[in-house]
Write a protein that binds this ligand. Structure first.
Ligand code: HEM
Length: 394
């Protein structure tokens, strides 16, 4: 990241919660534009809604496989792997293992667990004297524990799991990605898989083992679990923290979520759109020469789609620069689009719809313990977020 010129990092920069104005100006002027990248590879930034859908919706002409970078002057000794970086038919096969575990019928089984996790965190916060860091006490533990429920990690192992997911979170935050933390995580998950293999439970891993047995290897299962952790932890944690910040800064939203159960659905959709915490999709690699939105793209070029910009494109609706808590839900791209669209979208919604109302109802006088200007937002992170969010509860 440090090697990239500032203009190339513009799609990851924000001004508080909002993308920098240059991104919106670029979308109006040139919804497919060339980024200035010094590695001898053409990189295009897609910032318009229709153009974003054209790229993300076309898995035939755009590949997610990092092997496409080989020979382009970038070393790809460590392709990230996992669902998000696989192409059909491999992607279709892996995704088919996961989707039955994310149907509403299967997810509903998690509702009591999610409620209990949220209540337990609120109790823990209430027990703290003085300011509480909402990131550490609320935003990080909730998705980590929910992923334990989902995967079927036994209660006695959850402390380790949480430590590990927070270590991964630190890794995402820092520029120096240490492969050590990733392999430690895979090793730990392999241990979880082995236990499930011996005694399959009712969680995602146990169910896949019961259903597919020897057709799926331990390494593949650990990889899927790691993908779920990577995809579902930092994203949901950022939504919980930044969404709480919106509530703290806007008394109307706070009152709405406090008073009106029926309003929570649309409020959460609006927050997902407005915050679009996954700022850009995984890079796509053009397989052939083509045009997107009238711009010529050549085989081998890299395409980066700005989901945050697409979600403010006037083609999606009017006045999208503002968060409007009662706006009717839009068909936003916060969870992506096409075959790689987030597999955990419904689970994330369940968590957010549970957590925000519970938070404001338990602590109706909650307020920031610092001025908003002093908050440390991530500077150039693919998943936007805030490192600490100190609040006073009464
Ligand atoms: C608010 C929270 C979340 C947001 C904003 C989010 C966003 C996204 C986005 C934008 C993509 C597509 C990226 C692309 O096409 O390049 C994606 C994919 C994915 N997400 Fe999520 N996600 C969230 C929560 C979750 C959860 C809770 C899980 C699982 C427990 C999860 C698992 C995944 C996986 C496995 C993929 C890869 C899917 C594929 O390539 O087929 N995500 N997510």
């Amino acid at each position: 990241m440090a090697l990239l010129p500032d203009s190339a990092l513009m799609p990851l920069r924000r001004d508080g919660l909002d993308p920098v104005p240059e991104l919106g100006e670029l979308r109006e002027r040139e919804p497919v534009s060339k980024l200035n990248i010094p590695f001898g590879v053409n990189v295009w930034l897609v910032s318009g809604l229709d153009e974003a859908k054209a790229v993300l919706g076309d898995a035939k002409r755009f590949s997610n496989d990092f092997a496409n970078l080989a020979g382009k002057g970038l070393s790809v000794t460590h392709s990230p792997g996992g669902l998000g970086f696989a192409d059909p038919p491999e992607h279709t096969r892996l995704r088919k293992l996961l989707t039955p575990e994310f149907t509403m019928r299967r997810l509903n089984r998690l509702t009591p667990g999610i409620k209990a996790i949220v209540e337990q965190r609120l109790d823990a916060m209430a027990a703290v004297d003085g300011p509480v860091d909402l990131v550490e006490e609320f935003a990080l533990p909730i998705p980590s524990l929910v992923i334990c429920e989902l995967l079927g990690v036994p209660y006695e192992d959850r402390g380790d799991f949480q430590r590990l997911s927070v270590a991964r979170f630190d890794l995402f935050g820092g520029a120096t990605a240490s492969l050590g933390a990733i392999s430690e995580s895979l090793e730990y998950l392999l241990g979880v898989v082995e236990k499930q293999r011996a005694q399959p439970g009712d969680g995602l891993l146990g169910m896949i083992i019961k259903e597919h047995g020897d057709a799926v290897s331990d390494m593949e299962l650990a990889g899927l679990a790691d993908g779920v952790l990577t995809g579902g932890f930092e994203t949901t944690a950022s939504m919980l923290a930044l969404g709480a910040l919106v509530l703290l800064q806007d008394p109307d939203s706070f009152k709405l979520v406090h008073d009106d159960d029926a309003a929570v659905h649309d409020f959460v959709e609006e927050l997902l759109r407005y915050l679009t915490v996954v700022q850009v999709a995984f890079p796509r690699f053009a397989r052939e020469d083509m045009e997107v939105g009238g711009t010529k793209i050549s085989a081998g070029d890299v395409v980066v789609v700005s989901l945050a910009s697409a979600d403010r494109d006037p083609a999606l609706g009017p006045d999208l620069e503002r968060v409007e808590p009662t706006r009717a839900a839009t068909s936003h791209l916060a969870f992506g689009y096409g075959v790689h669209r987030c597999v955990g979208a419904e689970l994330a919604r369940m968590e957010l719809r549970e957590a925000y109302p519970a938070l404001v109802r338990r602590f109706p006088s909650m307020r920031l313990a610092t001025s908003a200007e002093d908050l440390d937002f991530r500077k150039a992170s693919i998943v936007y977020g805030v490192d600490r969010l100190p609040v006073l509860l009464d």
